[in-house]
Design a protein around this ligand. Structure first.
Ligand SMILES: Nc1ncnc2c1ncn2[C@@H]1O[C@H](COP(=O)(O)OP(=O)(O)OP(=O)(O)O)[C@@H](O)[C@H]1O
Ligand SMILES: Cc1cn([C@H]2C[C@H](O)[C@@H](COP(=O)(O)O)O2)c(=O)[nH]c1=O
Length: 231
C-alpha cells in the first residue's frame, strides 16, 4: 500500500474508489502510478493498493494464492478473506477520510478469473461478495463497489507477448491463452452489465495513448481536470 499526501491540504472531499482490471500483462501498472501522481497534484490524499494483498495478512494470503496449488473454491475463499481484511483495514478507513483509493484489481477479478476463467459457480461468488462487501450504512443491501473501474482491454496474444520472458510466471500467468480468453470474456460481460461503472480502455496502443485514455476516463467523471497532458 502506498499512501501519499499532497503538498498543501485540500478542502474536504468525498472518498473515491477506483479499481483497475484486465488480463495479466494488460498494462495497468504504470498508469496506476500516473493517476496516483495526477490526484496528488490535484490536491488529493491518495492510497494506492492492490488485490490480492494490501494488508500484512492479505499479502501473506496473496503469496499462497499465487504459488500454491489449490482448487477454485479455495482460491475464492482466500481472495475474499484477504479482501475483507483489506476493506476493514485500508479501503473503508481511507474512503471515510475522503481519500482517493486506487486499487490494482478488486472483485471483478474474482468473477473474471475464478468465475469465467475457472468456471466456478457465480452464485457462490455473489454470496461471498455480499458477505464481504456489505455496507448497510450506505443503504439496505448496499455493497462496497468501486466508483469507477478502469478496464484495460488487450488481445490475449498481445498480453502473452508482452509478458514473455518478463518475469518468472506465477500460477495464473502460467495458464494457457484459452484461460485468458475466458477471463477476458468475463470482464467484457461485467462491463456490459454495468456500463456506468466500467471505462474500457483500448490497451493495444502505445503507452502515451493509453495514458491519455485513462486520464480522460477519470476527467469525464469530473475528478481531474480534462486538459492536462502528463504521465
Ligand atoms: N501500451 C504498451 N505497449 C507496449 N508494452 C506495454 C504497454 N503497456 C505495458 N507494456 C509492457 O507490458 C508488460 C506488462 O505491463 P504491466 O506490468 O503494466 O501490466 P499489468 O496489467 O500491470 O500486468 P499484471 O496484472 O500481470 O501485473 C510490461 O513489460 C510493460 O512495460
Ligand atoms: C484479485 C484477484 C486476482 N486474481 C489473479 C489475477 C492475477 O493473475 C493475480 C494477481 O497478480 P497481479 O500481477 O497483481 O495482477 O491474481 C484472481 O485470480 N482473482 C482475484 O480476485
Amino acid at each position: 500500500m502506498t499512501p501519499s499526501s499532497p503538498a498543501s491540504s485540500p478542502a474536504a472531499s468525498r472518498g473515491l474508489f477506483i479499481s483497475f482490471e484486465g488480463i495479466d500483462g494488460a498494462g495497468k501498472s504504470s498508469h496506476i502510478q500516473g493517476l496516483h501522481d495526477a490526484f496528488l497534484a490535484a490536491g488529493r490524499h491518495v492510497v494506492s493498493t492492490r488485490e490480492p494483498g494490501g494488508t500484512p495478512l492479505a499479502e501473506k494470503l496473496r503469496a499462497l494464492f499465487l504459488q500454491e496449488p489449490m482448487d477454485a473454491l479455495t482460491e475464492a475463499l482466500l481472495v475474499f478473506a484477504g479482501r475483507r481484511d483489506h476493506l476493514q483495514q485500508v479501503i473503508e478507513p481511507a474512503l471515510a477520510r475522503g481519500d482517493v483509493v486506487l486499487c490494482d484489481r478488486f472483485t471483478d477479478a474474482t468473477f473474471a478469473y475464478q468465475g469465467a476463467g475457472r468456471g466456478f459457480d457465480l452464485q457462490v461468488l455473489q454470496v461471498l461478495e455480499r458477505m464481504v462487501q456489505a455496507r448497510p450504512e450506505l443503504g439496505e443491501g448496499a455493497l462496497r463497489q468501486p466508483d469507477l473501474t478502469i478496464w484495460f482491454d488487450l488481445p490475449t496474444e498481445v498480453a502473452a507477448e508482452r509478458l514473455a520472458g518478463a518475469r518468472a510466471p506465477d500460477r495464473f500467468e502460467a495458464e494457457p491463452q484459452q484461460f485468458f480468453a475466458r477471463v477476458a470474456a468475463g470482464y467484457a460481460e461485467r462491463a456490459l452489465a454495468q456500463p456506468a461503472r466500467f471505462a474500457r480502455i483500448d490497451s493495444h496502443q502505445p503507452k502515451p495513448a493509453v495514458w491519455q485514455a485513462v486520464r480522460q476516463a477519470v476527467a469525464a467523471q469530473g475528478w481531474l481536470p480534462a486538459s492536462k497532458v502528463e504521465g
